[in-house]
Each structure stands twice: as C-alpha cells, then as structure tokens.
Design a protein around this ligand. Structure first.
Ligand code: TYD
Ligand code: MG
Length: 458
C-alpha cells in the first residue's frame, strides 16, 4: 500500500521541517515553507512492509578493471563541448541553470540539432513552450531541417515511457525541470517536492538506458537553481549559463562535473540567429576600450585553461553622503572592500569620503583573486587622474599587509597579453623580469605602496 506522509519543505533551500514555520531556520528565508505530501511507494521502491530478500552483502572489486572508455557525444560546438569536459557522456545527467531569458533554450536547441544525426535519436521535450514556438525558434536558428524529435509534455511518466522504448533517444533535453510533474504527488509543478521527484525519475530512467539527459533549471533571484539545491547533488554535471542583460555575451560555466574540469568556461555571443561561439574572448572584451583614460586597467585573467583579458574600470568620486557608496558589477563586493581598506592602510590613499564604483567591462564575472592588482590599479588611476598606459596589463593577488602575491599560470597570462599586442605588465615580484618568453616589459610590484607610487609618477 502506498503510504503518504506530510512534510514541510522550504521552497528555497529544500530542507525538511517537522512542522510549519514562518521562517526556514536552515536558510533564513521567510514564508518559504510549504506542506507537501510524500507518497512513499513510487519513489525509491517499497518502503513499508516486511524485509525483502536476504542480505548477501556487497562484492568488492579492485580499482583497476576492464571498463572501457565511454565514447563522448560531441556537439561540435567547441565552447559547449569543452565545458562538458570533451562532450556529453552517455548515461549522464547534466543540469543547465540560468536566469529566465538568458538563452538556455536557445543553447540546448542548437546543441540538440548538432547532436541529431540519422544514427542517433535526440529528443527535445519542452514544458514551457508549445511545439509551434519551438519550431519558430528552430527556424530562426536555421536548424529546422535537423532530425530532432520534438514534444511538448510535462508529465514525467509519459515522458519516461517515450524515452524508454527500444532504441529510444540517446539524448533527451528537458526544458525545464520546473515545469515537470510526477502525478503521484499532489503538489504543484515547480515546488521542491515535484522538482526533486521529477528529476529523480528522469535521471533514473535515462541512466537505465544509457541516454544523456540535459535538464534546464531556472535560477532564483539570489542565484540558486530554483528551489532545490538538492538537484545539484542528483546530477553529474552542473553548468550555469550567465550574462548581463543588455550585453550580448553569454558565459557557460562549469560548477560541478563528474566527467571533467569545473573551471572551464565557454563564451558565446547572442546574435539575431542564435548563439555564436567566441573563440577569442579577449579581443571581444577589449573591443570598445578607449585609449589612456584614467580609471581603467586591463586584467590578464585565466578562466579554466584559457587566458582571458578584460578591462576593469573604476570611478572614484567625492561622496555626497555621510556613508560613501561602493558598487560593483562583475566582481565581489567584499573583495573591493578589502582592496580599498588595504589601499588606505598600506598605501596611504584617502578613499574614506569617496564613492567607489567598479565595473568589469563586457558583462564578465571575475572570481579570481588575481584581479586584485588590476582593480587596485584602476582605483588608484581614477583617484589620481593618471591613466595606466593602454599597452599594459596587470595581475596579482593583494594580501592584507599590502603585499602582492603570485598568481597561477603566469606565463599563459603574459603570452595572451603579448598576442593581443600589449607591451608591458604589472605582475607580482617573485620572478620579476621574467617574461615567460612573451617579450613583455615586466614590472614586479612588491606591494600596493609601490603600485601607487608608479601610477602617481605616470
Ligand atoms: P531563450 O533561449 O528563450 O532563454 P531561456 O530559455 O534561458 O529563458 O532566449 C531568450 C532570449 O534570447 C530572447 O530575449 C531572445 C534572444 N534570442 C536572440 O537574441 N537570438 C536568437 O536567435 C534567439 C533564438 C533568441
Ligand atoms: Mg527557455
């Protein structure tokens, strides 16, 4: 007999509470807890009743085995394949999260079209759009001739029935997991219970058949894949598709990957006819740069295996209010606060009564601490009115005592800068003078006081 119990689940973080409460004590969210009924039989087999069978124990095997290397399915969209770790792994589940309207459906329809060949069935199941809408998008993308099998459906059991057929699809796209529901549960689609149960069923079905599953997940305002962080544990790979509204660039970022690296990014340009790969992002991010203005510095960054140059812009202005404003786009607010404090304490700069704005041009988000030196240079440059020469890049992490620390992949950063025509670099001091074969003119900056001194000198 199916036994149903009631539980109270936070729709924001997925934690389960024994009773209803106004505020979730796990994540602090208000009014996020709702009642859910859990049918215990359909998910996870029989839960009640007598013990089944006898326990035979598990069998241990050595680490080495005759496991053959699985052949990955490549989309041919290099930016996508690289983030996956070299292509889609059969039997894997991949979650692609992102803000509504960022381009997830576009990306996956393009990927599905690229994967669909007569010898490989690819299914695209949309729970958000009608078949005609997806067809219109396919036309716009110029892939309407590809043998993608399209369906508009939201009920998990019927989707699984279609996927489970003999020689069923080897790739299935579910757009989106928030629209799917398992009819054994009473709660509405999009609630944590439904999302979790639907994902569980779909993943199990796909794994059983060795099909690759691509799940689209919407992201909440605070950046988590809606409701369930639980989803991230259930899938093999989590990718985020991000970008700033009003900028055409889109970044596909690996967050978790059981089959590849997680620090790779793929860069796309959203055009009239879909997403285009950007093979040389540095050139793109630096495209609109103006010459020799105060308050800008080029950061020689690395994303995964790929060096990437971006411009960091700062504006330091007298504050009209008692508490100065600090605003950041594309970087970490806490990191900015730290760099400002270090510049005041260790380089004697007067930033206390000033507003500071920091912007990473092009809509990229930088996570590397190595951006500290370029950010500091941009801030000092704006404060003093002395431009950083436009042929100079910077990288290095700043410590609390004002020292500049080494950053990884020094040579890759310098080479990329040289390739794009830069002539000089402000770098950590450890191996100052060593240009790693890039031919750049290297200035080793040992601390922020020296940085301020150099910029003040012009
Ligand atoms: P979409 O893939 O529907 O986003 P998501 O699935 O993440 O919600 O993309 C929606 C946006 O992309 C929409 O504002 C229009 C734009 N777009 C283009 O600029 N070019 C295109 O070729 C397509 C298909 C969409
Ligand atoms: Mg969509």
């Amino acid at each position: 007999m199916a036994k149903s119990t009631t539980q109270y689940v936070c729709q924001s973080c997925g934690s389960v509470h024994p009773r209803w409460a106004g505020r979730c004590d796990a994540c602090g969210e208000w009014n996020s807890i709702s009642e859910e009924t859990v049918e215990q039989v359909p998910l996870g087999g029989k839960s009640s009743g007598k013990k089944r069978g006898s326990s035979r124990g598990v069998e241990f095997v050595p680490l080495t085995g005759a496991e053959e290397q699985v052949a990955r399915m490549q989309t041919g969209i290099a930016e996508f394949d690289r983030v996956l770790g070299g292509g889609l792994v059969p039997g894997s589940a991949t979650l692609i999260g992102g803000d509504p309207g960022i381009g997830k459906s576009t990306l996956l329809l393009q990927a599905a079209a690229a994967l669909a060949v007569p010898s490989r069935r690819v299914a695209y199941i949309s729970g958000e759009e009608a078949v005609d809408q997806v067809r219109m998008r396919a036309q716009r993308l110029g892939v309407e001739g590809k043998p993608v099998e399209l369906a508009a459906a939201t009920e998990v059991r019927s989707i699984l029935a279609a996927l489970d057929a003999p020689d069923g699809p080897s790739v299935a796209v579910i757009d989106s997991i928030q629209t799917m529901y398992v009819d054994a549960l009473d709660s509405a689609p999009g609630t944590v219970g439904q999302v979790r149960a639907s994902a569980q069923e779909l993943i199990r079905g796909a794994k059983k058949r060795g099909a690759a599953l691509l799940l689209v997940g919407h992201v909440t305002k605070d950046g988590a894949i809606a409701g369930p962080r639980v989803l991230e544990h259930m899938v093999d790979t989590v990718l985020y598709f991000e970008g700033e509204r009003g900028h055409p660039f889109r970044i596909l970022r690996g967050v978790k990957n059981r089959f590849g690296p997680t620090d790779e990014i793929g860069v796309f340009d959203m055009r009239e006819k879909g997403l285009e790969e950007v093979a040389n992002p540095s050139a793109l991010f630096l495209a609109d740069r103006s010459e020799d203005v105060a308050g800008a510095a080029v950061f020689a960054g690395v994303e995964g295996t790929r060096p990437m140059l971006v411009e960091i812009q700062a504006l330091v202005a007298p504050s009209a209010y008692g508490t100065p404003r600090r605003a950041v786009v594309g970087w970490d607010t806490n990191r900015l606060a730290m760099v400002l404090a270090v510049l005041e304490a260790r380089a004697g700069l007067d930033l206390g009564g000033r507003d500071v704005y920091l912007n990473v041009a092009g809509g990229l988000r930088i996570g590397e601490p190595a951006a500290d030196l370029a950010a500091a240079a941009a801030i000092i440059s704006s404060l003093t009115g002395n431009p950083i020469p436009s042929d100079t890049v910077a990288f290095g992490e700043i410590g609390l005592s004002g020292e500049v620390r080494e950053a990884g992949q020094r040579d890759a950063r310098l080479k990329e800068a040289a390739k794009l025509g830069f002539k000089a670099a402000l770098t950590p001091p450890a191996r100052a003078g060593k240009s790693g074969g890039s031919g750049l003119n290297i200035a080793g900056i040992k601390d922020v006081a020296l940085l301020a001194h150099r910029i003040a000198e012009g």
